[in-house]
Design a protein around this ligand. Structure first.
Ligand code: ATP
Length: 225
């Protein structure tokens, strides 16, 4: 039995007359990295926000280890969400951001001691490269004592080496957390994920073979070579 289980079902979502999400079913256990792929505009970010609870919809059913939640983000220690865009205050240096972050003092120390962060502590977020910033944002988020983490485009614009650093970071937290990751760098998503889901036409479909990504029109035929 996994330590915790996130189960999401019966999600329906419309923007105006467009039905974006149609009866979504998705699950994630502690120790799993679930990759969520899908074309631009298919509703991945919308789905993550609905799971987190910040985007309301009348139709959704979210259970975490058997208990139903309507706005999981309001409960301590359940979910963390990495949004697509930078979210750190631009006018604070990294060491000030760490000091103000709502985590235990020893976890703040862990972040400050990290070899990839240490050298940037006196910089502002705007002085970091995209990959360095994403690594720092993730490092903060992962120190939170939550059961599941939703990551919206953690690899976007990130070089292969930084993808590897991020992958390493996720793996160090797998014994206590589960992850749902969406990103257009599908090769990195395929590499880090234990399980892959394709969101297409409002449904989540399990993907077992690369060929299925082609069959569902997500990757071109030449990507299979
Ligand atoms: N506030 C809004 N009002 C109306 N339509 C919206 C709103 N937010 C998103 N949409 C539309 O909903 C669809 C899904 O958006 P969403 O951001 O969830 O897609 P996505 O799969 O994350 O896309 P991408 O991969 O490009 O980031 C898009 O067609 C978008 O234009």
């Amino acid at each position: 039995m996994p330590e915790n289980k996130l189960e999401v079902d019966s999600i329906l979502y419309n923007y105006g007359h467009r039905q974006l999400l149609t009866d979504i079913f998705l699950s994630c256990d502690t120790g799993e990295i679930v990759g969520l792929l899908g074309r631009n505009g298919c509703g991945k970010t919308t789905l993550l926000k609905i799971i987190f609870g910040t985007l309301p919809t009348p139709n959704k059913h979210i259970r975490i280890t058997g208990k139903v939640y309507t706005e999981p983000y309001k409960s301590d220690n359940l979910l963390a969400y990495l949004p697509q865009h930078d979210f750190l205050p631009a006018n604070l240096k990294l060491h000030n951001i760490i000091d103000l972050y709502h985590i235990e003092p020893e976890k703040k120390e862990t972040i400050k001691q990290d070899k990839r962060i240490q050298k940037h502590l006196t910089k502002y977020p705007g002085e970091l490269s995209k990959g360095e910033l994403r690594y720092f944002e993730l490092m903060l988020l992962l120190q939170k004592d939550v059961k599941f983490v939703l990551l919206d485009e953690p690899f976007s614009g990130i070089s292969p080496l930084h993808v590897e650093f991020i992958e390493e970071l996720l793996k160090t937290h797998l014994s206590t957390k589960g992850f749902i990751i969406t990103d257009h760098d599908y090769q990195s998503v395929l590499r880090v994920s234990n399980r892959v889901i394709l969101l297409a036409d409002g449904y989540c479909r399990p993907i077992n073979y690369m060929e299925e990504l082609y069959q569902w029109g997500y990757i071109p035929a030449n990507a299979l070579n």
